[in-house]
Design a binder for this molecule. Structure first.
Ligand code: G4P
Ligand code: NA
Ligand code: NA
Length: 194
C-alpha cells in the first residue's frame, strides 16, 4: 500500500451507500503533510508535462490543489459552482450533474484565467462518476487550452468515471483506487497500480 492507501485504511470510514468518509484528513480537517506527499507524487507523475496552471473545483479540491501547485510552482484556478448566473460573456461555463446530491450546477471560470497557451493539470479529491471532471475538461477546451494531465486523490474504481476519462485518452493518475468497500466490515480493497 502507498501512503494514501495506508491513511485511508487507518482513518477512512466506509458509510452506507458506498460513501467513503475521509473528513478527518482530506475533506474537512486537512492533513497538510499528507497533501504535501500527494503533491510530490503528482509532480513525479507529471514532471515532463510543462504544466503552467492547476485547475480544480470548489470546494474540497482547492486545498489539495494549492499544495500540489507549490510542487509545480504554478498558480491554481478553481472553477466556481453557480446555481444561476449572469452570463456576461466573460466566463466559460459547463454543466455538472451530481449523482450524490441529485443536483445540477453550472461551473464557471473567468475567461481571463484560462487561455489558449495554458497547459493544465486538473486536480480533485474524489473521482466517482466523473461529471465534475468532464465539466472541468469542457472549460479547458472552451479556452483552447490543453489538459496535460489529471491527478485525483481517491478514485472509486467501481464507479464509471475513471474508465470514461481514460477512454477519452487523458493521463489520469489516481493515488488510491478503491476497488470495493464493505459497509459492514469496513474492509477496503484497492486496485494494485505499478
Ligand atoms: P463526480 O463528479 O465524480 O460525478 O461525483 P459525484 O457527482 O458522484 O459526487 C458528488 C460529490 O460527492 C463530489 O463532491 C464528490 O467529490 C463527492 N464524493 C463522491 N463520492 C464520495 C465518497 O465516497 N466520499 C466522499 N467523501 N465524497 C464523495 P462535490 O459535492 O462536487 O464537491 P465538494 O464541495 O464536496 O468538493
Ligand atoms: Na467532495
Ligand atoms: Na471535489
Amino acid at each position: 500500500m502507498n501512503f494514501l492507501e495506508e491513511r485511508i485504511v487507518k482513518d477512512g470510514v466506509v458509510k452506507e451507500g458506498n460513501v467513503l468518509k475521509v473528513d478527518s484528513f482530506l475533506n474537512h480537517q486537512m492533513d497538510i503533510k499528507l497533501f504535501d506527499q500527494m503533491g510530490e507524487a503528482f509532480k513525479e507523475k507529471f514532471r515532463e508535462k510543462n504544466i503552467n496552471k492547476i485547475l480544480t473545483i470548489e470546494a474540497s479540491g482547492i486545498g489539495i490543489a494549492c499544495i500540489v501547485a507549490k510542487h509545480f510552482d504554478v498558480p491554481v484556478v478553481f472553477a466556481k459552482k453557480a446555481k444561476s448566473i449572469n452570463l456576461d460573456g466573460e466566463m466559460y461555463t459547463a454543466e455538472v450533474e451530481s449523482f450524490t446530491h441529485k443536483t445540477k450546477n453550472q461551473i464557471i471560470v473567468a475567461k481571463k484565467f484560462l487561455t489558449a497557451e495554458d497547459r493544465i493539470l486538473i486536480i480533485d479529491d474524489f473521482l466517482a462518476n466523473g461529471c465534475a471532471l468532464q465539466g472541468l475538461i469542457q472549460l479547458v477546451q472552451a479556452a483552447g487550452a490543453e489538459v496535460c494531465g489529471i491527478g485525483i486523490a481517491i478514485e472509486k474504481g467501481f464507479q464509471p468515471g475513471g474508465q470514461i476519462i481514460r477512454n477519452l485518452g487523458y493521463q489520469l493518475e489516481s493515488l488510491a483506487i478503491v476497488e470495493s468497500m464493505n459497509g459492514e466490515t469496513g474492509e477496503i480493497v484497492f486496485r494494485s497500480q505499478e
